[in-house]
Design a protein around this ligand. Structure first.
Ligand code: NCD
Length: 311
């Protein structure tokens, strides 16, 4: 069985296939009865060790629209609080024979680890600072709906790149779809090695005008082990996307949750240039497409075939 662990392992063709399937599922979401029998009798287990509003609800909705059974497991309130390890928790829950496990944890690499412990398809819904592949796929889908294609688009990712799994997945996905990516933020929040992913790095927003799309990130204080910034006010003064910095032709995205008045001003969040609500809506159809690709069993693997090696 196949898994979705990272964007790194998807080529452009695999991303396009998910996007095309999501577009077909968008029609289901417009029906009065928003359900198809595709995954009847299959079981999806949502296993969340970290807080989530959008990701968890949209995976649940996606599985239900495909008629799968869904079991939601949150670490708080479970035997995890009594000290049960990730491995023992996974092995226990695998006794219920889930077909897919949607996993979110604070530990980078945990989705890959879990994929070795059981036979279910593992979907990485965020593993620490590492990756959040379905967020990147829904963001690509949202932009394709809006722009037609990403080829040649300039996308600026602004904010706390250092603690962001979304940044990593989105840099890879946007580039694979033909966009040019620039990351910008305070030097303490831009990791040195990020340019190895092929993106430009800026420490000011002086050239923000070249962006077609501005993708703002939350300051992820839950992952900050030391004070990375003098103050939120100072951060907002230099890096907030507000009316003054935003050109009317630019689009604004954010994975949520938004801290209004910090990375985005309230009026920008509420403006028609912001695609935040469209991103949440895309989350359901894109996650339907991912579950369908992994579980319906009639497709080529989602994971890109390895490049042929020269002898
Ligand atoms: C993001 C996450 O949890 O990685 N949110 C999300 O899934 N929509 C980003 C964040 O928490 O800032």
């Amino acid at each position: 069985m196949n898994h979705l662990l990272s964007i790194e392992e998807l080529d452009r063709g695999a991303i396009e296939r998910v996007v095309a399937q999501a577009a077909r599922f968008a029609e289901v979401s417009d029906r009065e009865i928003k359900k198809v029998p595709t995954l009847r009798g299959r079981m999806v287990l949502n296993l969340f060790y970290e807080a989530s509003t959008r990701t968890r609800s949209s995976f649940e909705l996606a599985a239900k629209r495909l008629s799968a059974d869904v079991v939601n497991f949150a670490a708080s309130g479970s035997s995890v609080e009594k000290g049960e390890s990730l491995k023992d928790t996974v092995l226990t829950l695998c006794a219920h024979k889930p077909d897919a496990i949607v996993l979110r944890t604070p530990w980078a690499g945990s989705a890959a680890l879990v994929s070795r412990w059981c036979t279910a398809a593992i979907v990485n819904a965020g593993d620490g600072k590492h990756e959040h592949p379905t967020q990147a796929l829904l963001d690509v889908y949202t932009l394709i709906q809006r722009l037609g294609a990403l080829d040649g688009a300039h996308i600026w990712i602004v904010g706390d790149v250092a603690h962001s799994r979304v940044a990593r997945s989105n840099i890879l996905a946007f580039q694979r779809m033909g966009a040019t990516v620039t990351v910008a933020g305070p030097p303490t929040l831009i990791p040195r090695e990020i340019s190895a992913l092929g993106c430009e790095v800026r420490f000011t927003l002086e050239q923000l005008g070249e962006a077609d799309v501005i993708y703002a990130l939350r300051l992820q204080s839950e992952r900050m082990t030391e004070p990375w910034l003098p103050s939120l006010r100072e951060y907002a003064a230099h890096y907030q996307i507000n009316r003054r910095r935003l050109h009317p032709r630019q689009l604004v995205m954010h994975p949520g949750p938004v801290n209004r008045g910090v990375e985005l001003s309230g009026e920008v969040v509420d403006s028609p240039q912001a695609l935040v609500a469209a991103q949440v809506e895309a989350g359901v159809v894109v996650r339907m497409a991912v579950l369908y690709e992994l579980l319906s069993g009639t497709h080529a693997p989602l994971r890109a075939a390895p490049e042929p090696q020269l002898a």
